[in-house]
Design a protein around this ligand. Sequence first.
Ligand SMILES: [Zn+2]
Length: 324
Amino acid sequence: MAENNHYIYDEERCEFVPVVYDRKKKVLHNISFWLLNGIVLASIGIAILSHNIGTPAEIALKAENQVLLDQLEITKTSIISLESQLNNIAELDNEMYRSVLGLEPISYEERMAGTGGADLYSDFDLYSEDASEMLRWTASRLDNLERRLSIQQLSFDEVKNYYNDNKERLRHLPAIRPVPGILLSGYGMRVHPVLNYQRMHHGIDFRADIGTEIFATGDGVVKFAGRRGTYGNLLEIDHGNGYTTRYAHLSSFTEGIRPGAKVTRGQHVAYSGNTGVTQGPHLHYEVRINGRSVDPLNYLFADITPEEYQMYKEIAESNPMSMD
Ligand SMILES: [Zn+2]
């Protein structure tokens, strides 16, 4: 038996006697030894782990926290993009719809009315500094967006009512593109491509191959249709209330287009060309009030989206040259 392999020296008996083991005691001793070891090792392990990466519950919470913070970052980007889209719409509203219809523009201060008040979000102080800051930012910017959207909605309602009440008069306002082409150059001081010096460009230039259909941009009466200096073949329409439009460098006019002829918005009135002084075929288009030119980009309100308006403005501002 393995238990009898161990001997002990008995001094009274002056001999070696086999050691008698208590089996139960030994098993208990073994169990308690490993248990104790296990507890000590596990405690050390947990202490090390929780110091460095946390308990499994903490690890899960930390991961969840990170996902939420990441999501907030994405929300932040979306809010910034929405704000910029709303800015474009507000700009279009003021510069085109409201100003052309004769309504007072809504000032920046009015549009931002009632924003601020950081104390509204003091509940977020409970969280960590980073999270609290991000939550405050998100909540306040969303509130701000909501307020600005409702102001914009009120403005559009006003514009719509005004338009409906003045439909007949507004049919005469130039309000569409004279040709469905890409914009080449904008209104304002531009370098003339042929004369090669800076001068006032009284209109905007659309790309249009020779023979492209040109449309009247509002109801009116033909004032001039013929050759005029650097304009080449020019069509001028009188829309009443001091408004006139000019379509230049045309190749020809459609049948019946002569001074005194009535035209309606969207009517095909001419073909584009390359007559007069130009750098190439295109349509030069002007809007004038009491003889003075204005930026035709603000007179496209019946057929332009905020995105197109923004795109046209960028093209108009970025090109230092005109086509004529
Ligand atoms: Zn031009």
